[in-house]
Design a protein around this ligand. Structure first.
Ligand code: NOJ
Ligand code: CA
Length: 655
């Protein structure tokens, strides 16, 4: 890390500062223009963001946006490497130039604001820092002025915000000038001159989550409000999350940016106890109607079923088992009754001690389940005891869930993505860390890279997953995710459904595509989501790939793809030499050419290729597949066919 100095200047109401990326190609310009603050961004001298306003609007105080003078500017450069506990890439370089501009109002009450900018080769970030100051101990943020003025003729891909199913929607492609309703971030944009950018945020703590909306022909941040309409109540000093714009020439390059993780702090403690895993679940049987979450004749979470599934985990080599519906609270309409969910009381037909003892004897871990139905008050009353309860039985993993259109917090109905929601998710995560519990959060707050600081946040849902199969999932969805949702971190997509033609829950995918997801949709907790008989009896040949594929990778190289159409990625085993390649296509079949330039030279690899047959189709021939073995080397090129709604998976084992 090198510092290149700080600079004291006379207060200036008009000033311009340029912050350049280490390779000098990305330039952020910050302006104070007659006291008003704004910024714009170029890459290779081409405009990415036009002049975009900055500032915070406060409740009961004048905005922190105008009448500013610059009192001091401080710049530094950082170039460091860090090692992840898990992820798509083990060694990560964090390289940026930073400028902090210290501002003071030149009118009473002369409040202070610092704008901190970081410019990376792959994008820009900035945040508002409001220092502790005599006139202000707290502030109530009523709105954020932050603009991202992209060309409104750009194309964009996003999901709508403020909807009852949170982030669980199909991606919509439309011109930026049509973004008149708020959308969630990451918001992916292709500018008319061909840049691909992703607008998002990093390190979201104690603040409403940022959505984006068109306002007077400019994209503007729209912070998720609390039930009283305010965006955040904070004490000073306070820093907002980083507002980020990742910039790439190709949509594939968006997927390899680690800027969001880099903008988060390293962990404050040692997380060596964290361990990515794969798990089966007493789960899909509920979705296909064979079992129920609620107690009764077809109750899924019985001691007997748990024993059977533990045996299956052992036979299949899957280290963990999720059990949903084990506790009191699922009776009747669980979405309504969840207000009384009990997280320390199991149903009479589920013996937690017997199940966890049996699991331990067989070397299988149990993934506990906390479905809160968004009743945060009820959950927080039990949270610490509920974790202690699980720890006492040796449970180290918890899948949590927040079904429901809003959360109940402090007796009010709040958005999941509001400041109070963000605070709750964080509380649950930090308490989990205290008890060495690893989380898979469903209906979560979106990823903003905080898993760098809290690696026990192994994965989250936060998008439409396979529970929406049986009608609401379309093949293009999995071709949108890598370029949108997955830019914010891993996802528990609940992959590996082999019973693709099930009458009550038909899957819009060929069977081979289910394997591809383990590579194209990164998650450090990967579910083998179907019932064990479909792995052991129906397709043990395909299951071999699920057993082999790792849950963390040394590095990841996207090979080809187009937003909403296809995605192919190669990932190298963590600290290993084997490679895994996954590919998915939308409703159209396509043949792809893969150049194996990334393999080690002068080495033979045994390739096991799982691919769609020429006549496979996600609608009427899902089970058409071929498994072949080949010897391949660096420099080889292979052609692989993906059927409509299909995909492929390849394991390359170094000989
Ligand atoms: C929604 C979650 O996404 C799903 O995985 C879970 O089974 C149900 N809620 C019930 O908790
Ligand atoms: Ca869900």
């Amino acid at each position: 890390m090198s510092l290149f100095g700080s600079l004291f200047k006379k207060p200036k109401r008009d000033a311009i500062y340029e912050v350049k990326s280490p390779n000098k190609r990305v330039v952020l310009t910050f302006m104070v223009d007659n006291g008003q603050i704004s910024y714009f961004v170029h890459k290779d001298e081409k405009i990415i963001l036009r002049k975009s306003r900055l500032g915070l609007i406060l409740n009961d105080a004048s905005p922190l946006a105008d009448n500013f003078s610059v009192v001091r500017v401080y710049s530094r450069s950082v170039d460091e490497n860090w090692t992840a506990y898990w992820g798509e890439q083990r060694e990560i370089r964090n390289n940026y130039n930073e400028t902090a501009v210290y501002l003071e109002e030149n009118v009473e009450p002369n409040r202070l604001l610092t704008m901190r900018f970081r410019v990376f080769d792959d994008g820009i970030a900035f945040r508002y820092e409001v220092p502790a100051q005599p006139e202000m101990e707290k502030m109530v943020v009523a709105d954020e002025i932050t603009e991202f003025s992209v060309d409104s003729n750009s194309r964009s891909w996003s999901i709508p915000a403020y909807q009852p199913d949170r982030y669980e929607y199909d991606y919509v492609e439309r011109p930026v000038y049509n973004l008149t309703e708020s959308v969630h971030t990451p918001l992916t944009i292709q500018t008319p001159i061909g840049h691909y950018i992703s607008i998002h945020e990093a390190a979201l703590y104690n603040y409403g989550s940022m959505t984006i909306k068109l306002n007077n022909s400019s994209l503007k941040s729209d912070i998720t409000p609390l039930s009283d309409g305010m965006k955040a109540y904070v004490e000073l000093p306070f820093s907002t999350p980083w507002r980020t714009v990742t910039i790439a020439h190709d949509p594939l390059d968006l997927t390899t940016s680690r800027m969001i993780l880099n903008l988060n702090d390293p962990p404050r403690e040692n997380f060596d106890w964290v361990e990515p895993t794969k798990f089966l679940g007493i789960w899909w049987a509920m979705f296909v109607g064979e079992w129920t979450w609620a107690p009764g004749e077809r109750h899924g979470a019985t001691t007997e079923h748990a024993f059977q599934y533990i045996d299956a985990c052992k036979r299949l080599g899957i280290p963990a088992l999720l059990i949903e519906g084990w506790n009191e609270g699922w009776e009747g309409d669980w979405l309504e009754n969840g207000v009384n969910n009990k997280f320390m009381v199991s149903t009479p037909d589920f013996d937690m001690k017997a199940v966890t003892d049996y699991a331990r004897q067989n070397g299988v871990e149990i993934v506990g389940h906390h479905e809160t139905v968004g009743f945060v008050d009820n959950y927080e009353n039990q949270l610490e005891d509920a974790y202690k309860f699980l720890v006492q039985y040796g449970i180290r993993y918890v899948k949590s869930g927040y079904a429901g259109s809003k959360m109940t917090i402090g007796g009010h109905r709040e958005y999941h993505h509001s400041q109070l929601g963000v605070l709750h998710y964080q509380k649950a995560l930090e308490l989990a860390a205290k008890y060495h519990i690893m989380l898979d959060v469903h209906e979560p707050i979106k990823g903003t890279g905080i898993e760098r600081t809290w690696p026990n946040l192994l994965t989250r849902e936060g998008a439409r997953g396979q529970e929406y199969e049986g009608g609401a999932l379309v093949p293009s969805h999995a071709c949108h995710l890598p370029y949108t949702r997955l830019l914010s971190g891993g996802m528990d997509y609940t992959s590996g459904i082999f019973d693709v033609a099930n009458f009550s829950k038909r899957i819009a995918s060929t069977i081979v595509r289910q394997l591809a997801y383990y590579v194209t949709i990164y998650s450090s907790m990967q579910m083998a989501a179907d019932r064990p008989q479909f792995y052991e009896e129906s397709h043990p040949d395909l299951f071999q790939f699920i057993r082999d594929v790792p849950t963390r990778f040394e590095r990841s190289i996207p090979l080809l793809g187009e937003i909403g159409k296809s995605f192919v990625v190669a990932r190298q085993e963590w600290k290993g030499s084997n490679w895994f390649i996954g590919g998915v296509t939308n409703e159209e079949g396509r043949k792809v050419e893969l150049y194996l330039d990334f393999l080690e030279p002068d080495v033979n690899y045994t390739a096991t290729i799982y691919r769609d047959s020429e006549d496979a189709h996600y609608r009427d021939h899902q089970l058409g597949y071929v498994i072949e073995e080949k010897v391949l080397r660096r420099g080889d090129k292979i052609d692989v066919y993906m059927a409509p709604g299909g995909g492929f998976a390849i394991k390359l084992a170094k000989q």
